[in-house]
Design a protein around this ligand. Structure first.
Ligand code: UGA
Length: 430
């Protein structure tokens, strides 16, 4: 595994769990040192335990910062480096991917399969092949696209029990090797789809973009529900019962965030544009989602006639979703920032993401618990649906807050129950 981000580290440890000898490589020596001590560089439930197990007991998992040396031993090399959005452009930045391909081209000793697992635009794996071909003969390697579909927060389970595995190859030899690697999943009846390399690359972006579209769709329906007296939760439940639609990813909220959807919808559209195809739906999804957290912040400001000066606002949840400390493109950070700029006194709490949040939002107050946030606050915003925020003691909240107003951006409370407590309540799409 080249790259020890979510995909690389989780996949490396899960392949070790399957029984393979796995080596994770990263150019960042301090990151490697910390992982070698059993400390994951990010919070992911269950990953620390898996790391300690494979470092100490099975010894099937090792680490290195020397890519050239590591490549000499590998029969399969997974490229799992980041592909962030380029600065000032919507395209994916592939510099790290191509740098790894260069290294591979210089260091292949025995035949190996080079697998793109990073999310890369269609055409990238062919380009990797071209780069490697410049210094290695074509019988020494094959390229494969094997996109990853794991979610942060449930990454191990998603890896071990995926809905499908996609393997894009151009010959039987590399396909057979990949099928052997995923044999433990095949034995548990996971669908393993063989496609062309191009199809595999498109499948990844099309899947993420479609899920993002579902979210933006229901978010706009939620806006309508708010104005016409409908309830978006009833609407999405009834829609989801239609098997052609499906219930997943129809939860209205503050917009999608994280390190994948926002960057992938942009990159997918940028790829289409390069091929003279205008992705009007994806572009609309991107625009709708980019404006959403600010519109939510405006709604909160409007409640106070756009005068937030001196108003104490508590925010629960800073990560882009529960069970992660990842704050990349987190809507809750955008909302916190907007309200802070508008003069609100912001207090917040997140079970795992406060260390990361402090780096980009240093001038707000960080509290020790959800109730600590409530103390003396006028407004409480539930921004991320961590389990521990789902059953807060409303009576206690009412006592701790001053004339409380709750904005439940994830619809995790029952509107009637909260209102019956004498608390002003605003859900999403209600
Ligand atoms: C996403 C995909 O779900 C994974 O399949 C994919 O492998 C991953 O991107 C990736 O490309 O690496 P992830 O970003 O970890 O996974 O998180 P999701 O659970 O998909 O949530 C993304 C965002 O959508 C979050 O901000 C979440 O709050 C939001 N969301 C999700 C909603 O607002 N409503 C929903 O109904 C579902």
């Amino acid at each position: 595994m080249v790259g020890t981000g979510y995909v690389g580290l989780v996949s490396g440890l899960c392949f070790a769990e399957f029984g393979f000898e796995t080596l994770c490589v990263d150019k960042d020596q301090s990151r490697i040192n910390s992982i070698a001590k059993g400390v994951c560089p990010f919070f992911e439930p269950g990953l620390d335990d898996l790391l300690v197990k494979h470092l100490n007991s099975t010894k099937r998992f090792s680490l290195s910062n020397n890519l050239s040396e590591s490549l000499k031993e590998a029969s399969v090399v997974f490229i799992t480096v980041g592909t962030p959005t380029k600065r000032l452009e919507n395209e994916a930045d592939l510099n790290d991917v191509y740098a790894v391909a260069e290294k591979i081209s210089e260091n292949i000793v025995n035949y190996c399969v080079v697998v793109t697992k990073s999310t890369v635009p269609v055409g990238t794996t062919r380009k990797i092949k071209e780069i490697i071909s410049q210094k290695s003969s074509s019988d020494k390697f094959d390229v494969v696209s094997n996109p990853e579909f794991l979610r942060e927060g449930s990454a191990i389970n998603d890896f071990m029990h995926p809905d499908r595995v996609v393997i894009g190859t151009e010959n039987k030899k590399s396909e057979d090797i990949m099928r052997q690697i995923y044999r433990p999943l095949y034995l548990q009846k996971t669908s393993i789809l063989s496609t062309t390399i191009e199809s595999a690359e498109v499948i990844k972006y099309a899947s993420n973009s479609f899920l993002a579209t579902k979210i933006s769709f229901i978010n706009e329906v939620a806006d309508l529900c708010e104005t016409v007296g409908a309830d978006v939760q009833d609407v999405s439940k009834a829609m989801g019962l239609d098997k052609r639609i499906g219930e997943k990813f129809l939860h209205a909220g503050p917009g999608f965030g994280g390190s994948c959807f926002p960057k992938d919808v942009k990159a997918f559209s940028a790829t289409a544009k390069k091929h003279n195809i205008e992705f009007s739906i994806i572009n609309a999804v991107n625009a709708s989602n980019e404006s959403r957290p600010r519109r939510i912040a405006s709604k909160i400001k409007n409640r106070f006639n756009n005068k937030l000066d001196g108003i104490s606002i508590g925010i629960l949840g800073l990560s882009f979703k529960p069970n992660t400390d990842d704050i990349r493109d987190s809507t809750s950070i955008i909302i916190a920032n907007e309200l802070n700029k508008s003069g609100g006194n912001i207090k917040c709490f997140d079970p795992h993401a406060m260390t990361n949040a402090k780096e980009i939002l240093p001038d707000i107050d960080y509290c020790k618990s959800a109730y600590d946030v409530c103390k003396g606050s006028r407004v409480l915003i539930i921004a991320t649906e961590w389990n521990e925020f789902r059953a807060l003691d409303l009576k206690k909240i009412k006592e701790l807050m001053k004339d409380p107003v709750i904005f439940d951006l994830r619809n995790i409370y029952n509107e009637t129950e909260v209102k019956d407590m004498g608390i002003e309540y605003h859900g999403v799409g209600k």
